[in-house]
Each structure stands twice: as structure tokens, then as C-alpha cells.
Ligand binder design. Structure first.
Ligand code: NAG
Ligand code: NAG
Ligand code: NAG
Ligand code: NAG
Length: 455
């Protein structure tokens, strides 16, 4: 009789495996020690490989899984690559600008007397402003290298996997499996680091369509799979319950409606969000948030947002019953509103997407009525100072550190009046409703460089 000890998987498979005496180092099995117990039974301690490879079938299955995993990683890398390249272009431009400045500055310093002091000071200020970006630049270069090395590793792994499809058994699966695991966890870390960051720049807009009234909302679902690109369209800020769905962005542009939903309750404002197959919106004349399933057409949950002002008590500066703004970012769901308790200043709540319960709140000192719009990226709320021409992102509140800073990030308010601005983390776009035009902005995020105690 055999007793399996140590780092052994106690399952039928491994015992069969042992009995059939096919243990070989190639499979990763090792007899660690053997002895007799007091009853004279033989006790063997074997070290099993982490994956039990019972038969060719199991191997085949495992191989398919590995292939799938590698394919998945390959897709993730493509997304990562695209995003990083986009940010990288911006960073490279900054680098050139910085180099130019540095050269100019050196020349000026060589010949200080001929230069007006004011100009010199201006340049010097600009230089000082750019100085903190140097480590960021270096980080970007490292990131880009990291991604291309990931790409190479994935290519190598795919090649190995394809080659051994013919020749099963002739390969050390355990090693291969470990290789995939290691790569996966490194990639995971890398994505965690690269996908979030601080908002640096907003470019665009690109006008996707011109339709509807001056006020409304449109969106896609950041949780939807890569193949699913449905667009939802909710014209007007009041007295409506009709949601139009389009299969793709192209259909949206061509005005080919695929479905129309008749919501059980009217909405208010434009702070709705599509998230993981449901629509979250503010029920009219109330501070109730409704979760409505697109698939079943049912209300899955509704809950009053405690103390939240509604119906133009604390709207954004443009009014429009925009008191309650539901949003989603990389970290989950949020709702932004204001309360008497916080003197009409913006409150950020983290919300459970299933129960709509508030998990935690943060009180900002920014008056909601003086905010043009706000949107959440990576757990930081960005607030614009107006809905009109000249608006900029003026204030940023980090829920991670519970602190704020003033920012100066301009964006082009092309059609003079913005009644909706929402971030989509999947596409890294800001969706905007710009005076009857549906527009998209790109955002550039700078990865926050992690320090030792900030991991
Ligand atoms: C690959 O991704 C799909 C879809 O996201 C998922 O269902 C599947 O479990 C993943 N496969 C592996 C091996 O991770
Ligand atoms: C990929 O394979 C090539 C050739 O076998 C090798 O030179 C290279 O180092 C491998 N790259 C990585 C990242 O493993
Ligand atoms: C999305 O919905 C599915 C079920 O429909 C659920 O299993 C999953 O946890 C949800 N994801 C998030 C991020 O809420
Ligand atoms: C965002 O940037 C990408 C890559 O530079 C570009 O192709 C796309 O048109 C931009 N989209 C918007 C909405 O600006």
C-alpha cells in the first residue's frame, strides 16, 4: 500500500499514476523517500508536479488551456500597447519640447546680459514646471520596453505551444505551465500599474453625431466584452423614459436603432451610466438610483441616496436636474451629489453595483452648483469649473488619499454648452453631450510613479 505524503495531490489520478509505474523525472514526479511503517507497510513519499498529468487527454486539455491563456494575454497586451503608445506620443512631444527649452536656456545663460530678465524668468519657470516630468519620461520608456518584451515572450510561448501540439509528451509541461503563470502574473502587475494614472491632457473632441436636444446623455458599457460595442442614447434631461440602443458606433452614426427600451420610471439629469449590462439612473423627482437590466427589462434594484439633494437642489452649473451623477471607472461604481450636511459641496460615494448600497463617502469642498461637470478616473474625481466656453478641469479629488489639488487642464468646448461628460475606462474616452452634438475626447494619463510605501 502506498501512502502519499509531502507536496502530493491526494487524488485518484496521482495514485493511478504512481501504481502504473510511469513516474519519471520527465513528468516531474520524484520519489522523495521510502520506508516501512510499524505494520510493515511500505510508505513512499513522492513529490508530485503541480499539475497532474494523468493521460494524453489531460495533457491535451491542459495544452488547450495554456493556449487560451496565452491568447488572452496576447489580447491584453494589445490593449496595453495601444494605450501606452497613445500616451507615449504625447510624452515624446513633451520630451522634445523640454530638450528645446534646455538648449535655449543654456544659450541664454551663456549670454545673460543681452536678454531681458523677464523672458529669462519665463523660460526658467517653464523649465521648472517640466522638471518633474523627467522621471515620468524615463518610466514611459521603461514601460514601452516592458511591453515589447512581453510581446516577444508571448510570441515565443505561442510558438512553443504550437510546436508541441504535434508531439505531446515530449515536453516539460510543468516548466511551460510555470512560464505561463509567471508571465501572467507579471503582465497582471504591469496592467495594474499602466492602466491607471493621473489625468494630464484632454484632446479632441471628435464629433460623432449631431442629434437630439441641447441636453442629453449617451454611453457605452466599459464592462462589455471587446466584441460588444453597443451604444445607448438618452435624449433630454427630464420627462423621458425612452432609451435607444445601437449595435455599434457605426450604427449609431447611421442612426440604425437596434432596440428601444421603455423604462419603468422617467429619469432626471444626464448622469446615467451603462455598466455590466445594466443602466443606472436617477429616478425623476427623487434621490433614488435605479438599476435596470437591459437583458431582462427588469429593475434589479433601486435605493434612495441618503441626504442627496435632487431636482435642482444641487445641480451642476447648467441646471437640468443634474443633481445625481452615477459613474464608473477602473475601480468600480461611484455617485457624485451634494448634501446640506456638506453645505452643498460635492460628496463622492463608492457604490455597490448590485445592491446600490453606499460603501464609503468622501466630502469635498467644491460647491456642486459651481461645477460644470465631473468625472471619475482611477478613483480620482475631476471637476470642471464651467459648462460654457473656456471650461477647464479645475479640481481633482483623490479618494485614495482623501485630498484634493487644483488643476489646470483645458479642453475644447466646441459647441459652447456641455450637459454631460463621462469617462469610459475601456476606451479611455470622455463621452460628452455638447449642445446637441455627441462628442468624444481622448484622455492622456500619466502613470503615477509608485514609491516604496505606496504599493
Ligand atoms: C480567457 O478569457 C475568457 C474571456 O475573458 C475567459 O472566459 C477564460 O476563462 C480565459 N481563459 C483563461 C485560460 O484564462
Ligand atoms: C524568444 O526566443 C528567442 C529565440 O529562441 C530568444 O533569443 C529570445 O531571448 C526569446 N525571448 C524571450 C523574451 O524569451
Ligand atoms: C457583471 O455581471 C456578472 C453577472 O451578470 C457578474 O458575475 C459579475 O461579477 C459582474 N461584474 C462586475 C464587475 O460587477
Ligand atoms: C484618440 O486617439 C487615437 C490614437 O491617437 C485616435 O486614433 C482617435 O481618433 C482619437 N480619438 C478621439 C476621440 O480623439
Amino acid at each position: 500500500l502506498i501512502l502519499l505524503q509531502g507536496t502530493v495531490y491526494y487524488n485518484i489520478c496521482s495514485i493511478y499514476h504512481f501504481l502504473s509505474l510511469t513516474i519519471g523525472p520527465k513528468e516531474g514526479w520524484q520519489v522523495y523517500s521510502s520506508a516501512q511503517d510499524t505494520d510493515g507497510r511500505c510508505i513512499c513519499t513522492v513529490v508530485a508536479p503541480e499539475q497532474n498529468l494523468c493521460s494524453r487527454d489531460a495533457k491535451g486539455r491542459q495544452l488547450r488551456q495554456l493556449l487560451e491563456k496565452v491568447q488572452n494575454m496576447s489580447q491584453s497586451i494589445e490593449v496595453l500597447n495601444l494605450r501606452t503608445q497613445r500616451d507615449f506620443q504625447y510624452v515624446m512631444k513633451m520630451e522634445n519640447q523640454m530638450k528645446g527649452l534646455q538648449t535655449t536656456l543654456r544659450q541664454i545663460e551663456d549670454d545673460r546680459k543681452t536678454i531681458i530678465t523677464r523672458n529669462f524668468q519665463e523660460l526658467k519657470n517653464k523649465m521648472d514646471e517640466l522638471q518633474p516630468l523627467i522621471p515620468v519620461l524615463e518610466q514611459y520608456k521603461t514601460d514601452a520596453q516592458l511591453i515589447s518584451s512581453f510581446k516577444e515572450e508571448i510570441r515565443n510561448l505561442s510558438m512553443v505551444l504550437t510546436a508541441i501540439q504535434e508531439e505531446m509528451g515530449a515536453y516539460d509541461y510543468d516548466e511551460l505551465y510555470q512560464r505561463v503563470l509567471r508571465l501572467d502574473s507579471r503582465l497582471h502587475n504591469c496592467m495594474g500599474k499602466l492602466t491607471c494614472g493621473k489625468l494630464m491632457k484632454i484632446t479632441g473632441p471628435v464629433t460623432i453625431k449631431t442629434s437630439g436636444t441641447r441636453f442629453g446623455a449617451w454611453m457605452t458599457d466599459p464592462q462589455a466584452s471587446q466584441r460588444n460595442n453597443r451604444v445607448w442614447y438618452m435624449d433630454s434631461y427630464t420627462n423621458s423614459k425612452i432609451v435607444r440602443e445601437y449595435k455599434t458606433m457605426d450604427d449609431f452614426v447611421a442612426n440604425v436603432v437596434s432596440r428601444t427600451y421603455n423604462l419603468p420610471f422617467k429619469w432626471e439629469g444626464t448622469g446615467h451610466v451603462a455598466y455590466n449590462g445594466s443602466l443606472y439612473y436617477n429616478k425623476y423627482q427623487s434621490n433614488i438610483i435605479v438599476k435596470y437590466s437591459f437583458e431582462t427589462g427588469r429593475v434589479l434594484a433601486q435605493r434612495a441616496l441618503e441626504y442627496a439633494g435632487f431636482h435642482n437642489t444641487y445641480p451642476y452649473s447648467w441646471g437640468g436636474y443634474s443633481d445625481i451623477d452615477v459613474m464608473a471607472d477602473e475601480l468600480g461604481m461611484w455617485v457624485v451629489y451634494a448634501t446640506n450636511q456638506n453645505a452643498g459641496n460635492i460628496v463622492i460615494a463608492q457604490m455597490d453595483p448590485d445592491t446600490l448600497e453606499v460603501r464609503k463617502t468622501w466630502n469635498t469642498e467644491y460647491s456642486r452648483r459651481n461645477a460644470g461637470e465631473s468625472f471619475m478616473i482611477c478613483g480620482t474625481l475631476y471637476i470642471t469649473n464651467s459648462h460654457l466656453t473656456g471650461a477647464k478641469v479645475y479640481y481633482a479629488y483623490s479618494t485614495k488619499t482623501s485630498s484634493y489639488e487644483y488643476t489646470d487642464i483645458p479642453f475644447h468646448n466646441q459647441y459652447f454648452h456641455i450637459s454631460m461628460l463621462a469617462y469610459n475606462s475601456r476606451e479611455r474616452h470622455l463621452y460628452g453631450w455638447n449642445n446637441g452634438h455627441q462628442v468624444l475626447f481622448n484622455v492622456t494619463l500619466f502613470h503615477v510613479i509608485k514609491t516604496q510605501d505606496d504599493s
